[in-house]
Structures are given as structure tokens and as C-alpha cells.
Design a protein around this ligand. Structure first.
Ligand SMILES: [Zn+2]
Length: 163
């Protein structure tokens, strides 16, 4: 359930770190922040397991990508909470974290790919292009691959229409 509402149900009490609230609005923001803190713990734990595996098996060429399926408007805009909107989408709903991880072996084999990843890191991207990005970062050959749709490619077109 990630950080979907009800936020207070998305983390164990150990992660109830943000708990000083003067009103219900601050309480909800705190609960959301706690859910993000716990989600960070989960993502970090998964990446740690992968990293340890790659250290123990140093020949492994591995990448990992993490992103949330959408953001949450937690009083960022419109004095509202949630992610269901019929008209105007708040930025908080559509601008999401995107993490790329790679193993040491990947780093040594693909220095040019890493340069492109770093040079494109601040470009806008929409996850409907994720298929092309995954194919590209993993150096998979596929006849329908479109390099202009991969954020991991020097031909990436960040001007393509997005929501
Ligand atoms: Zn969702």
C-alpha cells in the first residue's frame, strides 16, 4: 500500500517519528511523513540486499530502478489531501521520486551509460516510457526499442508530451 491513505496504517509504531501536531492537518502531514520514512526503510533494505548479493558475487551485472506510481497531495496545493483529481493535477501528484542503482560490475562495464544517466538526471520523464528505459539500461537489444524514449540514452527526447 506504500503511502496511500490512511497514512497512519502504513508504518509500524517504531516509525512514528513525526508526532507533534497542533491540529488535524499537521497530524495528517506527520502521518504521511512517517509513511515515507518507513517506505524509505523498505526501499533501502531491498537495495541493501541486492548490493550485498553483488558484493558476494562480484561478477553480477545488476541495476535497480525505484519510483512510486504517483505522488500524494498532502496539503501541498488546494488545501487538499489525496491523489484523485478530475481537473487540475497538483504537482505533488505527478512529480515522483525516481532512483537508479547499479552494481560495481555494471559501473566498470558501462561508464558511458553512467555518464548519460548523470547528464539526464534532471530531465523530465514519464513512466509510460519505462519499458524503453529498462531495455536500455540493461543493454538489451530489441527491434522495437525507441532510444528517444529512454532517459538512459543520449538520444532521449525530454520534449515529448507528458501529463
Ligand atoms: Zn498508487
Amino acid at each position: 500500500m506504500g503511502s496511500h491513505s490512511k497514512y497512519s496504517k502504513r508504518y509500524p509504531m517504531k516509525y512514528n517519528k513525526f508526532n507533534l501536531a497542533k491540529n488535524n492537518k499537521e497530524k495528517i502531514i506527520n502521518e504521511y511523513d512517517n509513511s515515507i520514512l518507513y517506505n524509505d526503510f523498505v526501499v533501502n533494505s531491498l537495495l541493501y540486499i541486492k548490493k550485498q548479493y553483488c558484493i558476494e558475487n562480484h561478477e553480477v551485472i545488476a541495476t535497480a530502478i525505484y519510483f512510486s506510481d504517483h505522488g500524494e497531495n498532502v496539503y501541498d496545493e488546494n488545501d487538499n489531501v489525496g491523489h484523485d483529481y478530475a481537473d487540475v493535477l497538483p504537482k505533488a501528484n505527478v512529480e515522483i521520486p525516481f532512483i537508479v542503482w547499479y552494481s560495481a560490475r555494471y559501473q566498470s562495464l558501462y561508464p558511458n551509460k553512467l555518464n548519460i544517466i548523470y547528464s539526464n538526471k534532471n530531465k523530465p520523464f514519464i513512466t509510460d516510457n519505462l519499458f524503453h528505459a529498462i531495455i536500455d539500461i540493461n543493454d538489451i537489444t530489441f527491434k522495437l526499442f525507441e532510444p528517444e524514449r529512454s532517459i538512459f540514452n543520449k538520444k532521449y527526447n525530454s520534449n515529448r508530451k507528458r501529463i
